[in-house]
Design a protein around this ligand. Structure first.
Ligand code: ADP
Ligand code: ASP
Ligand code: MG
Length: 413
């Protein structure tokens, strides 16, 4: 039997009515002759509530217990979805991560999938099960404890199952009917893309477009699994086209810039007046890495009289950790600096497009558009297919909209 993976995000299983609607989608696929692996997220808002309970209970929590609690939302929806399908006369069974099992490493809170065993599910498909409803976002560590895959991790569960079971398709149902040129909640006139390359989607996801978890796109790209993103609110899944995330070769239309992404919770830190000599950057970023700070952009200014400033950005919730790590190396006498300046009110705005590889002038056009709106650029970073800037958070949405206009993303290529 052909095997299909379908994933339903939180808004698609937000209550019993939504679960009913999602179950109808799954039933349609069974009636088309497919075995279905349905990956479910927690009901909308549930994981946030569970995480909030953990942080209110324990400030410096044990990550293994965080995972026990955070994984609970998906436990509920997998059981409810199986019940709903059974009520529609579809032979369905729920599967938690440990029952499959989905084997992960021990990095609690952000575990990586090492392997998915297929035998248990295959045996059950062979003996009449038509739908395996799998709790997304969770697995089991080598020590036998429940792990979670990082926020948004059900997307990664879906792609990993599609790889393991050699699925004919991986459909990701969400509250949007595809991937847009920018977050449609920010840019009302954003345009839905028919197709987008893995590389561009990877950049958009890692730069803040949470529609797909970054690691799900990495995995899909590595194993060449096409992903289809579509809405669970439309009428018929066969008629809906959504957006296909696939290889660059499968895409005819090309724009220089294909999307704008933004990320709200960024902070900028400047270490004022450090010695400009070999080894200083290694001490700074070595200590930050050891403390687990995810440093993103880095800028070093020109030096004056042998001293320089180093600026870097990191997520807002890691600022205190970064400050502590840097003051510790200073206290140990390994690093000497005059001050540490922190700006927690910044956001990152990025333009992404594979066409940038062969076109000049994208940076100029981007910076002029921001200048016209009076938006000051605080830090700039570029790679082959993206340009990112840090701006004051209060200007983030204005910046996204003005860049969407400047690159004429509303119009098709
Ligand atoms: P789910 O609960 O289904 O996993 P998410 O909330 O994680 O859904 O992701 C969907 C959301 O991603 C959309 O509601 C939209 O606001 C946001 N989003 C951000 N950037 C984009 C984009 N470029 N295209 C589509 N949606 C986007
Ligand atoms: N429920 C988890 C989260 O909210 C996983 C997911 O929805 O993908 O992060
Ligand atoms: Mg999501």
């Amino acid at each position: 039997m052909p095997c299909l993976v379908t994933k339903f995000g939180g808004t698609s299983v937000a209550d019993v009515d939504h679960i009913n609607r999602a179950a109808s989608r799954i039933k349609e696929e069974v009636e088309r002759g497919n075995d279905v692996i349905a990956i479910v997220s927690a009901m909308a808002g549930q994981t946030n509530e569970l995480v909030d309970l953990v942080t209110r209970t324990s400030q410096f929590y044990d990550a293994r217990e965080y995972d026990t609690v955070a994984s609970a939302g998906e436990v509920v929806t997998s059981g409810l979805m199986a019940l709903m399908l059974q009520g529609m006369n579809v032979p369905a069974r729920s599967w938690l991560g440990w029952q499959v099992p989905v084997r992960t490493n021990s990095a609690h809170g952000a575990a990586r999938i090492d392997a998915i065993e297929t035998r248990n599910l295959r045996d059950r498909f062979d003996t009449g099960m038509k739908v395996a409803v799998v709790a997304g976002f969770q697995g089991i560590s080598p020590e036998g404890r429940v792990t979670t895959l990082g926020r948004g991790g059900s997307d990664t569960s879906a792609v990993a199952f599609a790889v393991a079971f050699d699925a004919i398709r991986c459909d990701i149902y969400s509250d949007v009917d595809g991937i847009y040129t920018a977050d449609p909640r920010i840019v009302g006139k954003a345009r839905k893309l028919d197709r987008i390359s893995y590389e561009e989607m990877l950049e958009l996801a890692s730069l803040g477009a949470k529609v797909l978890q970054t690691r799900s796109v990495e995995l899909a790209m590595r194993y060449k699994v096409p992903i289809r993103v579509l809405s669970s609110f439309g009428e018929d899944s066969a008629a809906a086209e959504g957006t296909i995330v696939c290889d660059e070769e499968g895409i005819m239309e090309r724009n220089v810039v294909n999307g704008i992404a933004c990320s709200r919770d960024e902070a900028k830190l400047t270490i004022v007046s450090v010695a400009d000599r070999p080894g200083i950057a290694a001490i700074v970023f070595g200590s930050l890495a050891e403390a687990g700070v995810n440093v993103d952009m880095i800028v070093q200014n020109i030096s004056e009289e042998g001293r320089t400033d180093i600026t870097f950005s990191c997520p807002t919730d890691q600022v205190t950790t970064a400050e502590t790590a840097l003051s510790e190396v200073r206290d140990r006498g390994e690093l000497n600096y005059r001050a540490l300046l922190t700006d927690r009110e910044v956001a990152k705005v990025s333009v992404v497009g594979i066409g940038m590889r062969s076109y000049a002038g994208v940076a100029g056009r981007m910076f002029s558009a921001l200048a016209r709106e009076g938006v000051n650029i605080k830090v700039i970073a570029t790679s082959e297919i993206k340009i990112s800037v840090l701006v004051d958070r209060k200007y983030m949405e204005l910046a996204v909209r003005s860049l969407h206009d400047a690159f004429e993303l509303e119009a098709a290529a």
